[in-house]
Design a binder for this molecule. Structure first.
Ligand code: ATP
Length: 453
């Protein structure tokens, strides 16, 4: 394989994997040879080899094929892949610091960043404006004002997107900064691997040498004791050095079960912001933005008025589903060569629309019940126990169980972190009272009708 062909392959990869991934993972590879259907390239480290073969091998083979090289397999060789001898591992960290740091720069064990997840492509609306503003602040790379930044929210609401956007922005504004983004699962994986290979000091040093650490889906380490312990120490060491930390999770720190108290309290020390479920305006904004991008990809495809509004109204689950619907719609319309109309949308998205049909959220229930009984929405999740508030709250709990598929612990979480037994008690109470209290029974029928319409 010539240098020129490899150069061509690299150019294409740069476009598909994005600049960040390209510089970190692809640029360090050197082409070696092609024989018997195997393309060999050289990677400077074992870690890079493993990462590339797990994450980019298929893409590399695909681009090779486009460049006219048909290979069945990609072999990534490392010049000197000898494991460190045990005696070396046993040496105190300080004695090995210099050589260890020299290889670290290339070896930050981060996850690849999605080139599409930038601030430019993130649509801001009421539900996510605070999270977006906080992420922007961190990405400016100025003095650390809140540490950590803790982002949380339900599935597919943009946590990962915002974290990648921070990393992209930092790579432009502070190219010298060592920014490490990875999921909590990868953190655990790296930790266990370091233990197994007796390289724990390297692991510690590496994690303590970054300027910005971003850990996605931290709820994953709940219940994993040694990983939590290590995470706690890493966290403290970085905060002590004034390094920025960004964490995401699917719920607030206090609500993550089986997470040590001291970690919960650390996580709450900085700024905790949540991404709220999307509202209609935000969904429409996202659809419009994505449609613009698709217009370039499918020139000539027409989209009838009202289609995006229809989707924003009907698909309320999460942004990932919304995006998936649009992608499918464009692909389908271009295949059959038809304009995207309401009819076409209904025909091609039946399954998604069915699932989203009359999907009531707990938040909606709380809002409607609060309005009906004329109490504050915040009292639905707050601690007040006076009957005028506690009863409507129990009605909302009852409706949440009846109209959604959420489990009792999940409902408990949405009601200010209450225990599932409290929810069960509330539901029973309403079931009992309905028989005797006609007004209450009527209220419930009315509320159900309102929520299901
Ligand atoms: N405000 C937004 N603007 C544009 N795209 C968005 C927005 N919010 C989410 N998305 C898109 O929705 C998809 C899901 O987002 P993301 O992966 O960031 O969700 P998440 O909150 O990390 O979910 P999970 O809990 O599943 O990890 C991505 O493709 C992302 O680009």
């Amino acid at each position: 394989m010539t240098e020129e062909t490899w150069g061509q392959v690299c150019n294409e990869l740069l476009k598909t994997v994005g600049k960040n991934n390209y510089t970190t993972w692809i640029a360090p590879l050197k082409p070696l040879e092609l024989s018997e259907g195997i393309v060999a390239v050289e990677a400077p480290t074992k870690f890079l080899r493993d990462w590339v073969s797990r994450n980019f091998a298929d893409q590399i083979l695909r681009e090779l094929r486009v460049a006219g090289i048909v290979a069945e397999r990609l072999e990534i060789r490392v010049p000197d892949a000898r494991p460190i001898p045990a005696a070396e591992v046993a040496k105190p960290a300080a004695a090995r610091r210099a050589p260890a740091r020299a290889t670290e720069a290339a070896d930050l064990p981060g996850a690849p960043l999605d080139a599409r997840f930038t601030f430019d492509s993130f649509v801001v609306g009421k539900p996510n404006e605070l999270a977006h503003a906080a992420a922007r602040r961190v990405a400016e790379g100025g003095p650390v004002t809140f540490n950590p930044l803790f982002l949380y929210g339900g599935v597919g609401l943009g946590k990962t997107h915002l974290m990648h956007a921070i990393a992209h922005e930092l790579s432009i504004r502070r190219p010298e900064a060592r920014v490490l983004y990875l999921s909590a699962e990868q953190f655990m994986y790296r930790f266990v691997q370091a233990l197994r290979e007796r390289q724990i000091m390297d692991f510690k040093e590496m994690f303590r040498s970054v300027d910005v650490l971003m850990v996605d889906d931290v709820q994953f380490i709940a219940g994993k004791d040694s990983t939590q312990e290590e995470f706690f120490h890493t966290f403290n060491a970085l905060v002590d050095q004034g390094k920025q930390i960004v964490i995401s999770a699917d719920r607030a720190p206090g609500e993550i079960k089986d997470l040590e108290e001291r970690i919960k309290s650390r996580l709450q020390c900085g700024l905790v912001v949540d991404l709220h479920p999307t509202d209609y305006e935000l969904r429409l904004g996202i659809l419009q933005t994505k449609t613009e991008a698709y217009r370039a990809q499918y020139p000539g495809l027409q989209i009838a008025e009202g289609v995006l509004e229809f989707l924003a109204h009907r698909i309320t689950t999460n942004v990932r589903v919304l995006e998936g619907a649009l992608t499918r719609l464009f692909a389908f319309a271009s295949l059959v060569g038809r304009e995207i109309t309401l009819d076409l949308a209904q025909e091609c998205l039946t399954d998604i629309l069915r699932v989203s049909d009359r999907k009531v959220t707990i938040e909606e229930i709380q809002r409607k019940v609060a309005e009906h009984y004329n109490v504050r929405l915040s009292d639905m999740i707050g601690p007040k126990r006076v009957r005028t508030i506690a009863r409507p709250r129990q009605v909302a709990m009852y409706l949440a169980k009846q109209l959604t598929t959420r489990s009792l612990p999940e409902i408990g979480r949405r009601f200010g972190g209450r225990d599932h037994t409290t929810i069960m008690h509330g539901i029973r109470k309403i079931e009992e009272l309905q028989g005797a209290d006609r007004q209450l029974a009527e209220d419930i029928v009315l509320l159900k009708r309102l929520l299901e319409s």
